[in-house]
Design a protein around this ligand. Structure first.
Ligand code: HEM
Length: 119
């Protein structure tokens, strides 16, 4: 099923990268501890942790659980993205695996990205 397959694959790759770089475990623990009091670790308490989010995003960049497909149909009048015009009724594919490992790194070089953590 989509929900559990994507999440379990992502968790597996997160633990793989933590095993490769154990220093990250203490760094992530420190960041989480600084935002969590004695109560439960809730989604609200940890949703804005830059390093944790960077680690998850970087794992998803290297190991996107949906590595390809995600086809979309262009509108009948076509569409212009940047300087490229794509005619209407064309099927366009955005393969995350290739895009995020490309030297252009389209998906992860956003100016709004809060961490430059890369594996
Ligand atoms: C790391 C975890 C996950 C990843 C990488 C992931 C990835 C994706 C991707 C790439 C799509 C878009 C597919 C497309 O439009 O062609 C999608 C759609 C969707 N995902 Fe996930 N997903 C994850 C976890 C989950 C979970 C946990 C749920 C629900 C509990 C969920 C619910 C959905 C739903 C409902 C859609 C369809 C949305 C729509 O039709 O607009 N996903 N997911």
């Amino acid at each position: 099923m989509h929900y559990s397959d994507t999440t379990s694959a992502t968790l597996t790759h997160i633990f793989y990268h933590l095993a490769l770089d154990p220093g990250q475990v203490s760094k992530l623990r420190e960041e989480i501890a600084s935002h969590v009091d004695s109560g439960d670790i809730t989604h609200q308490k940890i949703q804005r942790l830059d390093h944790l989010n960077g680690f998850i995003n970087e794992t998803l960049r290297l190991h996107p659980p949906v590595p390809t497909a995600m086809a979309r149909l262009t509108p009948p009048e076509g569409i212009t993205i940047g300087e490229t015009h794509i005619p209407g009724n064309m099927t366009v594919w955005c393969p995350p695996y290739a895009m995020s490992r490309s030297k252009f790194r389209l998906s992860c070089r956003r100016p709004t990205r809060k961490t430059n953590y890369t594996m």
